[in-house]
Design a protein around this ligand. Structure first.
Ligand code: 26V
Length: 853
């Protein structure tokens, strides 16, 4: 009966339409005559999800049968964006035998939706972003799960199912205002609630030990019992992750918290019904909201609770799966690799040690051997303020047994250091997991390094920097093999095929790729080089860009309600200069806006001297500077930068004398789905962090993949981008990271004077000057003039203006040269596919292999 009545995937337009109607009438309980775009979105998604679920099941059966080593990617953030369009592009319309289907699933569904009276475009627009991340780190995790499935790797992601993702940003009077992102308002078709998968998680309480165990010297090495004070339940929600042209659908498991069914009857009987319920509600708050900081750690108790809740649930789930194959514990690292996405999941190192010692009764040493062979850790930042530290007091209250285990891990580690470097007591105290002082703290990065067999940075420069700065002592202790580099990557499915279908089809048509093969083998793109001087091809290439620019104009005009360009036919002459990323002093949006101010002041000067608009344009050709990005809600300086950008935009955009030759725009609420419109529209994008501060950057790769040129510092992945695409095709400027320390030193001793250009700009931002705004921006100005200019804006400003001048010249005087650079960039961007990146992780860190049909 089971076989005869097997549920089938839809593989034809007809079958899709039938499935769609079924969902409208049953799942949604609506009539097809009362079906709006939202209902159409839900019916389409449910239909597509059915297909994915069937492949998910088959993939899991296949993987269970083969029982290969698997990798688990632990990340507190997965910045997925929308799922439907991606699922359509990756839709596999074949059964599970042999090659995946070559039918274009997206076209099929587009036709079906059209037959039913809808436009796919409008249907896709209904989906809210799954915005469960802050920025680079979370989006990287999303690209990674895409590449894992595409490469048929047996990998799962583990994260949290926040009810509120990153806040939605409103701009009111030029200020950022945060509003809640309740993304689960309508039921979410992309998650499968597994209410049967429930893991209890404990907090607080005390550690119990029988008297015979209480000798001081070896107290905690023996199994101990943790008597918990609070228990909650983790419930699994699964998101299917389809690979491109693959039969694999992997799983992203997100945990939601809910109360145990245990109820405080004591309180209840005392008549305190209200309070007994309040405690139950507290459980739900654990996964209620994503912390909106990026590169800044606040040390809040609820955050630590989130971390442990997620680590504990994930590990128990992983172990349950491992136990099914009845192998001995020593084989755990042959079956399981766990990647720590930054230090946020480091508690899982301690939790695994606790499970092995306290619950499975393994000797300490054997357990620790298993732990270190299992874990590896990725570092994403060298910013001091982002490095996680937890006060011992807070930690010990929430996780008393884990604190003991950390002390023991530390004790063994420090012993080994002392043995290796017998006379270096300074070293021993420097590398201790516990930072001594009035308020003792646990350094999570040190714990992550000690508990892992590999530590990687995310771009070459960054991986070198961590070895010579923040983790210098550990590089010395462990030698060079443990610290490696894996340069980040991005998925070309979302960032080329989905975001830029126009460029995608031009590419596949030119490469004569029948089924977008280049999306799997990006080295094919190098064949574009031979068209870099082909006039006809340049025209087509340029046409795509202009089309994408108009789409961005439409978006901005819709969002702001203001007309941005008066003559759309002239868009070809307007350079689109874009900086979109989290707002942070180290990313230097302030330098960009100071550059805009400089341009404005120069233009006004020329007009004041009686020059005509045409004469001005010779030097300052038409341009729009776009900004976008969120500030952490408590980050005062970042918020002030947003206000400055909006203030400058107001003045410039309302200055009629400029006659459309310069505009400044702040695009509100930058997110993944807006990025998909913004990035393909850039002529130039800005990646201008102070050298040595941006670990990698990944939007730089996305812009290059869409034929935009970069202006940037010698920082993060800009270095490798330059190597791959050639230094003629990127506008590099500014001081190098090796000089940063000296430059900062000079500032402290007032040995640097500001360049005249910057002085003039800063003057216009204070008091009652044109951008002064009642001296509101004084703190920004002072941080540069009087407070050491930590991010070295003054040191790089002239060089930045110089690079911008070169940009203007080439864009306006030699467009073919510009287009050639653009084509050569795309031709050589292949290295930055996250497929390459995942393959490197799989081979050098995880030691796992693909599982194919
Ligand atoms: C720290 C914290 C502290 C507590 C609150 C939430 C939170 C969230 C994130 C972080 C660390 C952020 C580190 C990060 O996002 N780094 C970025 O990682 C990208 C992917 O590797 C990389 O491209 C960026 O250069 C890097 O800034």
């Amino acid at each position: 009966i089971w076989n005869k009545n097997k549920v089938e995937k839809f593989t034809t337009v007809d079958a899709f339409e039938k499935r769609f109607i079924d969902h409208v009438e049953t799942t949604l309980a609506r009539s097809i005559y009362n079906c709006d775009d939202l209902a159409a979105y839900q019916a389409t998604s449910n239909s597509v999800r059915d297909n994915l679920t069937l492949d998910l099941n088959k993939t899991q059966q296949r993987q269970t049968a083969r029982d290969p080593k698997r990798c688990y990617y632990l990340s507190l953030e997965f910045l997925m964006g929308r799922a439907l369009d991606n699922a359509l592009i990756n839709l596999n319309l074949n059964d599970d035998k042999g090659e995946p289907s070559s039918t274009d699933g997206r076209k099929l569904v587009e036709k079906g939706v059209h037959d039913l009276g809808f436009k796919l475009e409008d249907v896709l627009e209904q989906e809210p972003d799954a915005a469960l991340g802050n920025g680079g780190l979370g989006r990287l995790a999303a690209c990674f799960v895409d590449s894992m499935a595409t490469g048929d790797y047996p990998c799962w992601g583990y994260g949290l199912r926040y009810q509120y993702g990153i806040f939605a940003q409103k701009i009111i009077n030029g200020y950022q205002v945060e509003t809640p992102d309740y993304w689960l308002n309508y039921s979410n078709p992309w998650e499968i609630e597994r209410s049967e998968i429930q893991v209890p998680v404990s907090f607080y309480g005390y550690v119990s030990r029988s008297d015979s165990d209480s000798k001081e010297d070896d107290r905690t090495l023996r199994p101990s019992e943790w008597i918990a004070g609070e228990r909650v339940i983790a419930v699994a929600y699964d998101m299917p992750i389809p690979g491109f042209k693959s039969n694999t659908v992997n799983n992203l498991r997100l945990w939601g918290s809910k109360p145990t069914t245990e109820f405080d009857f004591a309180k209840f009987n005392r008549g305190d019904y209200q309070n007994s319920l309040v405690e139950q509600q507290r459980a739900e708050s654990i996964t209620a909201v994503l912390y909106p900081n990026d590169n800044f750690e606040q040390g809040k108790e609820l955050r630590l609770k989130q971390q442990y809740f997620w680590c504990s649930a994930s590990l128990h789930d992983i172990i349950r799966r491992f136990k099914k194959s009845r192998r001995p514990w020593c084989e755990f690292p042959d079956q399981v690799a766990i990647q720590l996405n930054d230090t946020h999941p480091t508690l899982s190192v301690v939790e695994l040690q606790r499970i092995l010692v306290d619950l499975e009764h393994l000797p300490w040493g054997e357990a620790w051997d298993i732990v270190t062979k299992t874990f590896s850790y990725t570092n994403h930042t060298v910013m001091q303020e982002a490095l996680e530290k937890w006060p011992v007091s807070l930690f010990g209250r929430l996780l008393p047994r884990h604190l003991e285990i950390i002390y023991d891990i530390n004790w063994f580690f420090l012993q080994s250091v002392e043995k290796k470097f017998p006379h270096d007591m300074d070293l021993v105290s420097r590398v201790s997991i516990i930072e001594e002082g009035k308020d003792r703290q646990i350094r999570m990065a040190y714990l992550a390094i000690i508990g892992s067999h590999k530590v990687n940075g995310v771009a070459e420069l960054h991986s070198e920097l961590i070895k010579t700065t923040i983790f210098k002592d550990f590089a010395k202790i462990y030698g060079n093999d443990k610290f490696i580099n894996v340069t980040n990557g991005i998925t070309p499915r979302r960032w080329l095929r989905q975001a830029n279908p126009e460029l995608s089809s031009l590419i596949s048509e030119t490469l004569k790729d029948k089924g977008d093969e280049y999306l799997l083998d990006m080295s094919r793109l190098t064949k574009l080089s031979k068209y870099a001087e082909d006039k006809k091809f340049l025209k087509k290439w340029d046409d795509v860009k202009q089309k994408k620019k108009l789409q961005l104009i439409d978006l901005v005009e819709k969002l702001t309600g203001h007309k941005l360009v008066s003559d759309r036919s002239k868009i070809h002459d307007v350079l689109f200069d874009i900086q979109v990323k989290r707002i942070h002093e180290y990313k230097r949006q302030q330098m960009n806006i100071f550059g805009c101010i400089w341009r404005y002041l120069q233009i006004k000067k020329m007009l004041g001297e009686g020059k005509t608009i045409e004469e001005v344009k010779e030097i300052y050709p038409a341009k729009i500077s776009f900004f976008g990005g969120k500030s952490a809600p408590g980050y005062y300086m970042a918020k002030l930068i947003i206000k400055l950008i909006n203030t400058v935009a107001d003045v410039i955009n309302n200055d009629k004398s400029l006659d459309d030759i310069f505009k400044v725009v702040f695009i509100p609420d930058y997110n993944v789905s807006k990025a998909e419109i913004i990035i393909p529209a850039s002529d130039l994008s800005e990646h201008i962090s102070t050298a040595g501060t941006e670990a990698s950057g990944t939007s730089n790769m996305k812009f290059v993949m869409n034929g935009g040129l970069l202006i940037g510092t010698v920082d993060g992945a800009n270095v490798e981008i330059t190597r791959e695409i050639g230094e003629d095709n990127i506008f590099l400027f500014g001081n190098l990271s090796e000089n940063v320390e000296e430059l900062r030193f000079n500032h402290r001793f007032r040995k640097t004077s500001l360049p005249e250009s910057l002085n003039e700009v800063l003057k216009s931002c204070v008091g009652d000057a044109v951008f002064g705004n009642n001296d509101e921006f004084r703190p920004l100005v002072d941080s540069i003039k009087y407070q050491g200019d930590y991010y070295l804006v003054s040191d790089d400003f002239e060089s930045y203006l110089g690079a911008q001048k070169l940009v203007d010249e080439i864009y306006h005087n030699n467009r073919n040269e510009w287009l050639k650079k653009s084509i050569l960039s795309v031709a050589n961007v292949g290295f930055f596919s996250s497929d390459r990146c995942i393959q490197e992780y799989a081979e050098t860190i995880w030691n796992i292999e693909p599982v194919k049909v």
